[in-house]
Design a protein around this ligand. Sequence first.
Ligand code: BG6
Length: 487
Amino acid sequence: MSILWYASGFSGMSEREEKSRLFDATDSLVSSDALVLFGATGDLVHKKIFPALYALAKRGILSKPVVGVARQPWSLLQFQQRAEDGIKSSCKIDDRQALIHFLSLLRYVEGDYNDPGVYLAIKQVLADSRRPAHYLAIPPALFATVIKGLGESGLADNARVIVEKPFGRDLASARELNNIAKSVFPEESIFRIDHYLGKEAIMNILYFRFANSFLEPIWNRNCVASVQITLAENFGVESRGEFYESAGCLRDVIQNHLFQIVALLAMEPPAYRGYEAVHIEKAKVFKAMRPLQPEDIVRGQYVGYRDEQRVAKDSDVETFCSLRLFIDSWRWAGVPWYLRSGKFLAATAAEVLIQLKPPPQKLFADSAPENGRANYLRFQLSPRFVIALAARVKRIGKEFVGEQHELDLLYKQSEEDMPYARLLADAMAGYSVLYTRADAIEAAWAVVEPVLKYHESVIPYYPGSWGPEKSDTLIAADGGWFNPKLE
Ligand code: BG6
């Protein structure tokens, strides 16, 4: 079966058009008739999910009950106020009617996920709903409890489950979680979320690579010297100290968000038109990644992290991580991939640099690499959407000297990008193309597995820096880090 390319969210289609397009894709998909939000009073729901649902309400494609579940003994009114507050703090309320409509869809159930009573209460509130989608915006340690609770109470019947990342905390726990989820839900009803896959700029990587023909001849070990990806944030762990203590940067963003970007950059062309083919090629990339060794990674911790709330005074958890990765495939043999991410760095930005090799002969005195970088391709994913190709051109004059200029193929302020709106709409419609598959997640864990336990202690770094100096040493042989361009 060939699944058509399709992405919901901000496609601008009406609900009817969207449904008919979806049913074009496969006629067996039936929409969920309620959304149950576990972890409804948490940060993620406040910051990302309420604004996303409001965006869907504005587009007229949210008409089903949204049931919040959490431990707090809140009234429905309190829950509605919290929702409104979440929306206001992330976007402008420019459609009062849509807001009122969204708030009217909210329900609230209080309870402990270990208590079977909570699932009965959800059932009562769901009333006539027969095909709910359960979204687990809860600490990973509770995923299994809730999935089992859903199964035992009958709430999993005809239902879907959307599981937040990190999916597991190592290979064994990811496998176990996959087994538990599959013992309760059929695979096509399990949606493992990585919100990066719903981002406009990330989807553009896939499009840019395979909608153009000029890249393919250079997109390999013959022309690419190295690849580097930076995901930097200029703020700390904020109120998420407890979560961070159980995760750290490698588990929080590298094994998932950054690896997904690597997979899109490194994959072979999909063999046919359809996202299933993309999943197949991405999984192969994870399988070809060489498992990391302690000397491939640098772990840092910002000065002040140990004073954050719910953080151990002697914590060895990394808030910064950089690493060197190899993909042992025909295309990428010998090409190092450098990834880095961290909290409290010098900027908030995400950028990819494909560093091309210098010309084989140094015909001009100012040629790379002695005189700066060789040509490169740069994708800024945030705060702007940029795709730029850097090439040297001669300066006017007698001398054969020049400089490197960037040709902007795309240069835009990033627009309101709500990956969660796209992803939740897709999951409720049963459309899983932008979700990650079990085999890919397990293969990605296998890559980081060796360094989860065996690694050097964290190295302190100052907030506002680019992490520990040792991270610069890691990439020194390949021209050093390229800090995201923000001007
Ligand atoms: C989340 C991580 O998955 O991604 C956060 O848990 C991180 O620590 C966030 O800040 C980054 O996402 P975005 O969309 O803000 O780049």
